[in-house]
Design a protein. Structure first.
Lengths: 112, 115
């Protein structure tokens, strides 16, 4: 399983764009990149998933360079409610994401 | 609505007692997982199951046991052998056959405290 590295914490202010970068140098050909968000005392929830280039949904964008050794989660115009821990994971979609490895994630604090 | 239900939300246990955490899903997912989370830490895998009547140990299985008698249910028993059971426990599920799957769906967790 590919290991991921992401910053431990980030600070931002309301209305700013936040970019969280994740390194996954050993990503395999079949691996997808998925980001989860976790609020205190809740289970993580899916944010966005991608394989290459750029993916955008109503919540975030995911940028993946051609070599796929890193990815960047972009949160446009954050609000206080975006304060949470964000996890970057890689896994083989074809095997149903067995044994996903969650690191310590990035703790994002959004201030007024 | 489909989802995963964990119960209870809060659980208190005396030292030396076994306790069972419930996890039920109605998503028709094949695989189910149990994770443990300690304060300020990531999630660590305890056990996982890909099909009924089969399960495998994760990274921290000692002191825990599971069963998978039904596709919908994957209860976790925290035994008296678990030396530090106070933690937040999360159950998750995923489908093994849908290539458009969004990975894991998590329950809302059970916070276990040993008193």
């Amino acid at each position: 399983l590919a290991k991921t590295t992401q910053p431990i914490s980030m600070d931002s202010y309301e209305g700013q764009e936040v970019n969280i970068t994740c390194s996954h140098n050993n990503i395999a050909t079949n691996d997808y990149i998925t980001w989860y968000q976790q609020f205190p005392s809740q289970g993580p929830r899916f944010i966005i998933q991608g394989y290459k280039t750029k993916v955008t949904n109503e919540v975030a964008s995911l940028f993946i360079p051609a070599d796929r050794k890193s990815s960047t989660l972009s949160l446009p115009r954050v609000s206080l409610s975006d304060t949470a821990v964000y996890y970057c994971l890689v896994g083989d979609l074809n095997t149903g994401f067995q044994k996903l490895v969650f690191g310590t994630g990035t703790r994002l604090l959004v201030s007024p | 609505d489909g989802g995963i239900t964990q119960s209870p939300k809060y659980l208190f246990r005396k030292e030396g007692q076994n306790v069972t955490l419930s996890c039920e899903q109605n998503l028709n997912h094949d695989a189910m997982y149990w994770y443990r989370q300690d304060p300020g830490q990531g999630l660590r895998l305890i056990y996982y199951s890909q099909i009924v009547n089969d399960f495998q140990k994760g990274d921290i299985a000692e002191g825990y046991s599971v069963s998978r008698e039904k596709k919908e249910s994957f209860p976790l028993t925290v035994t008296s052998a678990q030396k530090n059971p106070t933690a937040f426990y999360l159950c998750a599920s995923s489908t093994l056959s849908d290539r458009e799957s969004y990975g894991y769906t998590f329950g809302s967790g059970t916070r276990l405290t040993v008193v």
